[in-house]
Design a protein around this ligand. Structure first.
Ligand SMILES: Cc1cc2nc3c(=O)[nH]c(=O)nc-3n(C[C@H](O)[C@H](O)[C@H](O)COP(=O)(O)OP(=O)(O)OC[C@H]3O[C@@H](n4cnc5c(N)ncnc54)[C@H](O)[C@@H]3O)c2cc1C
Length: 243
């Protein structure tokens, strides 16, 4: 970013922007050479030099993911929301987002379980519905436990955020909720494939779509590996004192 009269000129690009294809404006983090720090700038989509390229993704297709480029985009200096400390701003933005984006997958997991119970209850094998088989019951139990664990974690994370007791930049429980919901959601979708046999693999059932959507949680809002690493570092930092 560089200043030019009453404007700033922004150059750079970011791929995988949620809503990028449909947004009217972009909250953007750019280096500010005046203070060698990260600034927060609102860039209007209609500004000259803004180029948007939608990205075809394996799932979350209504999320409008896109690559957004700023080729010397001219932005009014008044759109500089914050001239410095953009790293804290983005952390404070992403931290609650991790809890919020963990909510919808729990509903999806429940839907998968309901569909499995209905479908397996109607499928007669060896003279009885598949739901009468213990291996099926056990797997459904495991799937239901995944929903319970996910819901408890997300509720705790949301409560901490609402009460203001969550760490504002990187909260361990909020990140744990995002990590665990992602892992559980992927496992529940795979469990459904085990239960549904060949039907689960067909595009006529929604399991394949849910699985593709859940995969978007792996890198989104802090990749799973990065969340693990951050929490591992915090654990090491606490040393033998625990906490
Ligand atoms: C569905 C979806 C929506 C998204 N929405 C947005 C959005 O709205 N705005 C936005 O800015 N971005 C968005 N992203 C981008 C997302 O934040 C990045 O994909 C993510 O931060 C990983 O960065 P990267 O893709 O450049 O992976 P890379 O940096 O190339 O890393 C690849 C992998 O290497 C590992 N890795 C890299 N660095 C480290 C590290 N320091 N410690 C441990 N492991 C590491 C991680 O496992 C990572 O997944 C979205 C992505 C997806 C999939």
């Amino acid at each position: 970013m560089r200043r030019d009269g009453d404007d700033v000129i922004v150059r750079g690009w970011k791929t995988m922007v949620t809503g990028g294809a449909i947004a009217d404006a972009y909250m953007t983090y750019v280096m500010n050479p005046e203070n060698d720090d990260l600034a927060v700038v609102i860039v209007d989509r209609d500004a000259p030099g803004v180029i948007v390229q939608p990205i075809a993704t394996m799932g979350l297709r209504s999320a409008g993911l896109a690559s957004v480029s700023f080729e010397d985009a001219r932005i009014p200096a008044a759109n500089v929301m914050q001239a410095a400390n953009g790293l804290d701003h983005v952390q404070a933005f992403l931290n609650p987002r991790r809890a919020l984006l963990s909510c919808a997958p729990i509903g999806r997991m429940e839907r998968i379980i309901i569909d499995c119970v209905e479908s397996l209850g109607r499928t007669i094998r060896y003279g009885q519905p598949l739901t009468a088989m213990q291996i099926v019951q056990a797997r459904l139990g495991k799937m239901q436990m995944a929903v319970h664990v996910s819901r408890m974690l997300v509720e705790q994370a949301l409560l901490a955020l609402e009460e203001g007791s969550a760490s504002p930049l990187f909260d361990e429980i909020v990140s744990t909720a995002k990590y665990q919901v992602t892992e559980h959601a992927l496992a529940v979708a795979i469990d459904a494939l085990h239960l549904m046999g060949g039907r689960g693999y067909a595009c006529s059932t929604p399991v394949e779509r849910y699985l593709r959507d859940f995969c978007g949680l792996i890198p989104g809002a802090g990749s799973q590996d990065i969340l693990q690493t951050n929490i591992g570092l915090m654990t090491i930092g606490r040393g033998s004192h625990g906490g």
